[in-house]
Write a protein that binds this ligand. Structure first.
Ligand code: ADP
Length: 611
């Protein structure tokens, strides 16, 4: 036993959830690159800024250091020159005083200046400053460590004065005031919060860019950067306690070799890296705005994308509910548009199929009615023949003017009419072969095929026969029959059946034109044409008239049995039904359209060609 599966229950519209899903995908597609790009930009900017800050600080202290070194070395050279000059006339006191005066003027940073003899006794100038190491090692000039003397930072300069033959004549001892370092630092252009400090070998500040009182307490052991600077032989950086320090040991200058002091550039990290912070903030803001924009655009496009889908779902629902016409057709881009077209096509086919089904059901009903009518007609036919025969016999017996004569004639003519209807009914129920053998009496279907009926199924021959048969009727109706033959191929239909169909169509045309009042606008020409149908395997026969045509409302029904617009007694409504039946039996088709110039009726028959 086969198990039947029930159709799936109708699920609620899912377009909303689809929209959110599309939005989520778009959001992810937007967020991930934004975050990656943002983080990369932030890290990169931070690194760049840090590198630049450190490079800038180092460059700064290098420049300051070399300026400082340059000043000291200039002073040393000047003192050396003075010593050499003095050595030429060491005993000339007046000249020596003049020399000392000039030296003080040329070396403004000189704080104290003494000239000692070869034994170390003071000969000229100031008393020898404490801490100045005067020894043979100071040959050629010696700049000592930075020290504090009398509360001010100084360095000692010791230069030997030798005669032309190289003998030691005396020693120049100068104490150089490092106050100029403060001026140098004060003139330096520093970043926000930054300061530059020069410390002596003991870590005591010699000068500071912030210009405050220096004191004599050492920074060694308090500021790790100072310790690092004094211990290092060159330069470096240190980040500690929220400060970024760049340092350089000034003894690294070739000309200052032996002097222990250092220069430091220090800046709070948050101020040093303010640019990096600003870049981070700007990147975050721009990223956020870009993200919001991407989401807004994403939302817009997600809605646009899902709207046709929602419409599709709506349309599918309408089709399922049988209201395909109510929902508008779907027009969308790309695949959605194609899907919409397919759904419309499907709806059209479903509609066609249901129309076909109802047509079939109607056809079944009509067929049953036809069978029943044929049986009734058959049963009535015999008694009716008797009635007709006797009415005629009785009428013949009565002389003209006899009171019964008119009544008997009426009985006979009405019986004739009833036989006509019955003949039509029987015709509809019979096959063409039967119709060929059993030729009924004339009905509105026209005279039945006669024994000299066309032997050929060439359309031209049949059309000629039809013309000959209907000539009297056409004359009476003052109608003209025009035939045009463009195909000589015989058609695969019984010749009598084809003749019967054409007779019926021409008769209908003549009746329709007769019903039209004569006027300029209405013609009286019936045109039958035969030409090859497209495809070459069938023949197209058209019967066109210049009558009023068939109203649109009636077009679907003219082929139904018993549909007639003619007066009772004139039409039976069986003619076109029989025509359709005969043509369909031959495997052809018949349809109704407008006449050639948009007026009148045109019946188009497509009949397969005989092989
Ligand atoms: P009947 O001629 O007995 O009415 P038919 O089946 O031949 O039956 O025709 C059905 C109906 O079709 C006619 O009553 C008429 O209204 C319409 N009809 C047929 N042919 C024509 C035509 N050439 N012009 C206008 N109406 C026509």
């Amino acid at each position: 036993m086969s198990e039947r599966t029930s159709p799936p229950a109708t699920s609620p519209p899912r377009s909303a959830s689809l929209r959110w899903r599309v939005l989520l995908v778009l959001a992810l597609a937007a967020i991930v690159p934004t975050i990656i790009v943002g983080v990369l930009a932030i890290v990169r900017a931070r690194d760049d800024v840090q590198r630049e800050v450190i490079r800038g600080a180092l460059a700064h202290i290098r420049a300051l250091g070399s300026a400082l070194d340059g000043t000291l070395q200039d002073s040393r050279r000047t003192v050396e020159l003075a010593a050499a000059t003095w050595a030429d006339a060491p005993d000339d006191a007046q000249r020596t005083q003049l020399l000392l005066k000039r030296l003080r003027r040329d070396v403004p940073i000189v704080h104290a200046l003494s000239i000692l003899d070869a034994d170390g006794k003071l000969r000229y100038g100031d008393p020898v400053p404490a801490g100045a190491a005067v020894g043979s090692h100071s040959f050629g000039g010696y700049v000592g460590d930075a020290v504090h003397a009398e509360g001010r930072p100084v360095v000692h300069l010791v230069v030997q004065a030798r005669g032309r033959t190289g003998e030691l004549i005396g020693v120049f001892v100068a104490s150089l005031d490092l106050g100029f370092v403060r001026d140098l630092l004060a003139a330096a252009r520093l970043g926000p919060g930054a300061r530059v400090v020069v410390v002596d070998g003991a870590g005591v500040p010699v000068a500071s860019s912030d210009g405050g009182p220096l004191g004599t307490s050492s920074l060694a052991g308090k500021d790790p950067a100072v310790d690092r600077a004094l211990a290092s032989s060159v330069e470096g950086t240190l980040s500690t306690a929220g400060w970024i320090s760049a340092y350089r040991n000034l003894s690294s200058y070739q000309s200052l070799r032996g002097v222990r002091w250092a220069i430091l550039h220090q800046q709070p990290e948050d101020q040093a890296y303010a640019l990096a912070r600003r870049t981070t903030r700007d990147t975050l803001i721009i990223g956020g705005v870009a993200l919001a924009l991407a989401l807004a655009l994403g939302g817009f496009f997600a809605t646009r994308l899902t709207r046709p889908l929602a419409a599709l779902a709506k349309r599918a629902d309408a089709i399922a509910a049988g209201n395909a016409d109510r929902a508008p057709p779907i027009a969308g881009p790309g695949e959605i548009g194609v899907l919409g077209q397919r759904i419309d096509e499907m709806a059209r086919r479903i509609a066609e199929r249901s129309e076909l089904q109802s047509a079939l059901a109607r056809g079944d009903r009509l067929a049953s009615v036809g069978v029943m009518s044929a049986q009734v007609a058959h049963e009535i036919n015999n008694p009716l023949t008797t009635v007709l025969g006797y009415a005629k016999l009785l009428a013949e017996d009565k002389p003209d003017g006899h009171p019964d004569r008119a009544g008997l004639d009426l009985i006979a003519s009405e019986a004739e009419r009833m036989k006509g209807i019955i003949g039509g009914l029987l015709e509809y129920a019979r096959t063409p072969r039967q119709s060929e053998r059993e030729i009924g009496a004339g009905t509105d279907l026209g005279p039945r095929a006669k024994p000299d009926a066309p032997p050929s199924t060439e359309p031209a021959t049949v059309m000629r026969h039809v013309g000959a048969l209907l000539d009297p009727q056409l004359k009476k109706a003052r109608a003209k029959l025009v035939t045009r033959v463009e195909s000589t191929t015989p058609v695969a239909i019984d010749a009598h059946a084809l003749q019967q169909v054409l007779v019926n169509l021409v008769q209908n045309a003549a009746q329709a034109m007769t019903a039209t009042p004569d006027g300029e606008s209405s013609g009286r020409t019936i045109t039958i044409t035969a030409k090859p149908a497209p495809g070459g395997i069938a023949t197209l026969i058209t019967v066109a008239d210049e009558g009023p045509g068939v109203p649109a409302a009636d077009r679907g029904r003219v082929f139904d049995p018993f549909f007639t617009t003619k007066a009772a007694g004139v039409g039976t409504g069986l003619g076109l039904a029989v025509c359709k039946h005969l043509i369909a039996t031959a495997g052809g088709s018949i349809e109704l359209g407008d006449g050639p110039n948009g007026r009148g009726a045109e019946f188009r028959l497509v009949i397969p060609n005989a092989r």
